[in-house]
Design a protein around this ligand. Structure first.
Ligand code: ATP
Ligand code: MG
Length: 403
């Protein structure tokens, strides 16, 4: 869209008198400009509105036949194509009132008639240069806006994906956890088979096998049930659920991870008077999972996480407190910013709390982060006890970065 260095700079000159229009044209052509002279404003306007060429400057007399110089300027300014095209007024009158009204109509500068060659060249060069700089600015701005939009799209896609990353990682660990009880069940069947074959089956042995198998099945069922709540078809579904149950399923899955990676105890303390709410259980699970992951990462090897719920006034408060190093001063203000992380960048994207923040907003809830009296972090999420989310609510609408 811009005049590159090799492009011709096009100028339109309009004057009632052909000799004046030609004089201006000759002077400007001597500077290498391409000039189109007109004596009729209507013709010039037709040309300007129809041309595909980029016009860098319009020079017009104020006293034109048919359309006045002021009107011509106003009409050009109303056209987005000429909103910022420099408009130089040439006039014999030169009085203050005339200049003011031309300025009000959108003119940029004046030149008195009879036209002085050097003054015309200086004014024209300065206006053409301003226009070129302006075009460059617009061009850069468009490119920046495009790049910014792309970046925003990429960031939003990243945040959206982040929701499922921890669950995916968890699922891998769970195969191991399910495999253990299955091995116990298989072993029990084998032992049973051997006893039957050697005719050494007694009541005590049978009771032992039944208890052991029952426990192993229970363990498997608990894990599968917890996993089931993460199943793909439940993404973005608004359901009636109890916040305690959501936390319990997250703890079941999370305990597996903690056992495998750290030696961290989870203590759960639920207020069983909490009723059901209409929420997106999967989004809440993800948010609690992110908060527990942060707690565990802050603790490192040894420590404990306390999960508790309480019905207070009109809200359900969920507190996740850890014995880790707590939030640093700078973390408090930036923790929810997407991509803010104080951890190893190759392992952490800094999106955990950004996702939590989206989930909290979606659930018309609030979140408070801080440190407990003993130094570890303390995160409190307060959910309205009478929460009823609209069936069309979608977490994706709350995970976008708006600027
Ligand atoms: N429980 C916590 N204790 C101490 N600091 C925390 C805790 N939770 C979050 N933070 C701080 O807030 C920052 C942002 O947390 P967030 O979960 O958004 O990103 P992350 O954990 O660094 O990366 P990701 O979650 O993407 O793996 C963390 O890097 C950490 O500095
Ligand atoms: Mg995190």
């Amino acid at each position: 869209m811009n005049n590159s260095k090799t492009d011709k700079v096009n100028i339109v000159v309009i004057d009632n008198l052909l000799s004046n229009a030609e004089l201006v044209s000759i002077i400007l052509r001597s500077c290498g400009y391409s000039v189109k002279p007109f004596t009729l404003a209507a013709e010039a306007l037709d040309y300007l509105e129809g041309t595909k060429d980029k016009i860098s400057l319009v020079i017009a007399d104020l006293m034109l036949a048919g359309i006045s110089g002021h009107d011509l300027c106003r009409r050009l300014r109303a056209n987005p194509k000429y909103k910022f095209t420099p408009f130089l007024v040439s006039s014999c009158l030169g009085d203050v009132e005339d200049r003011v009204s031309a300025m009000e109509a959108g003119a940029d500068d004046f030149i008195n008639k009879p036209i002085d060659r050097d003054t015309l060249i200086t004014r024209a060069k300065s206006l053409v240069r301003t226009q070129a700089l302006y075009d460059e600015l617009i061009d850069k701005n468009e490119k920046l806006e495009f790049a910014f939009k792309k970046l925003q799209e990429a960031q939003n896609a990243l945040i959206s994906n982040e929701k499922f990353v921890t669950i995916g990682a968890m699922a891998q660990g769970l195969t191991h956890e399910i495999f253990n009880p299955l091995t116990i069940i298989g072993g029990n069947l084998e032992r049973l088979n051997m006893r039957i074959k050697s005719d050494r089956l007694d009541a005590e042995f049978l009771s032992q096998i039944i208890t052991s198998t029952r426990n192993a099945v229970k363990r498997c069922t608990k894990i599968v049930e917890a996993l089931e709540t993460y199943s793909a078809e439940k993404i973005n579904s608004i359901e009636t659920a109890n916040i305690n149950d959501i936390l319990k399923s997250v703890c079941t899955l999370f305990a597996v991870k903690l056992k495998m990676m750290y030696s961290i105890d989870i203590t759960e303390n639920y207020d069983e008077s909490i009723g059901e709410v209409e929420c997106d259980p999967r989004a809440l699970q993800q948010a609690f999972m992110n908060l527990m992951t942060n707690a565990a990462e802050s603790i490192g090897k040894d420590g404990s996480i306390l999960i508790s719920t309480e019905l207070t006034g009109g809200g359900i408060t969920v507190t996740i407190a850890d014995t880790g190093k707590g939030f640093g001063g700078a973390d408090m203000s930036k923790a929810f910013d997407p991509f803010y992380s104080t951890k190893n960048r190759s392992l952490s994207s800094g999106l955990g709390l950004a996702v939590v923040s989206g989930v909290v907003k979606m659930h018309k809830s609030s979140i408070d982060i801080g440190n407990g009296p003993s130094g570890g972090a303390r995160v409190v999420v307060t959910i309205p006890a009478d929460l009823k989310l609209d069936a069309n609510s979608s977490i994706d609408n709350f995970l976008k970065i708006d600027r």
